[in-house]
Design a protein. Sequence first.
Length: 340
Amino acid sequence: MSLTQAAPLLTPEEIAIRAGGQQQVPFLVLPQRASVFAEREIRLRQLAAGHPMRDFLIFMAEVVHAQHRALQDCPAVEVPDDAALESAARLGMPAVPATDWPRDPAWRAVFRSLLDSLVPRLAGSPALATVQALREVDDEWLDAQADLLLHNLMLGLELGPAPLIGAALQVYWTHLVLSTQAAGEKSRLAPFGRTDDATACPCCGSHPTASVSRVNATAGNYRYLHCSLCSTQWHMVRIKCSHCEGTKGIQYQSLEPVGAATAEGNRAVKHPVEAETCDECGHYLKIVHMERDAQVEPVADDLASVTLDLLVSEAGFQRHGVNLMLLFGEPDIPDDGGGG
């Protein structure tokens, strides 16, 4: 396969912004408890059909199925009180930061419930042995692995179990965000809003997995970054790097067009997944287009388009997005303040 490169074109969003128009774009799209993992599972099974990575995508669909069940039965967890929410808003920080929030022990119960759900569904799968072995790990090891994942550190991280640990953390943080939102509404507070770091999730501070060009009655056709941990989506204008926030040297790379030529214009259908690359900082983030395929789902489509990652990486770009279901490459090393 090879890449095709599209020159950046102004969209109605950018035209309105450059013209000084006031667009009423919802900043946040919170996950829906009943559908966030259910829709991801459906998309994974759809993408698995005929895919070279079929077995992996089917396994991920089973994991996501277990995530959906776990999210429906999550116990009550501690959420930030009004004073903590007001402090976070004043400081421009996320209300439940992934790296600092004291995790409720309930997250470990979620992890073990995922394993229990998976075992009967993995008969004959090579992943069954890994899942069964993980049922015996102790809490100390599990929390240590979770800390590495949430801090985006590879040293000491066990890559085999990492997707399952990440899956439990996703369920817990999605539940935490939804519970915090519900508590805030009772107090007539808005728990989540804009933070100082526009490239990180406003709810938990995590990196995005990808961005999505949403098409619906309220959001029109605008880009949202999709959180890798809590599945919150937040608005960021297109043709802007999600890593350095620069607007120069933005290009779009994609795999060869898919589908047969159309009857009207004899043009191939554009691929629904592209990589937005930045010549200024050398990073990229994928974008999935609902206007090209209404069923796209950022996490699922990211997993199914690893070939695009490989080709863009070979071109010299570093991945900015994080997908807890599939870790590869070297994550960004946190700045220790020493420069370099």
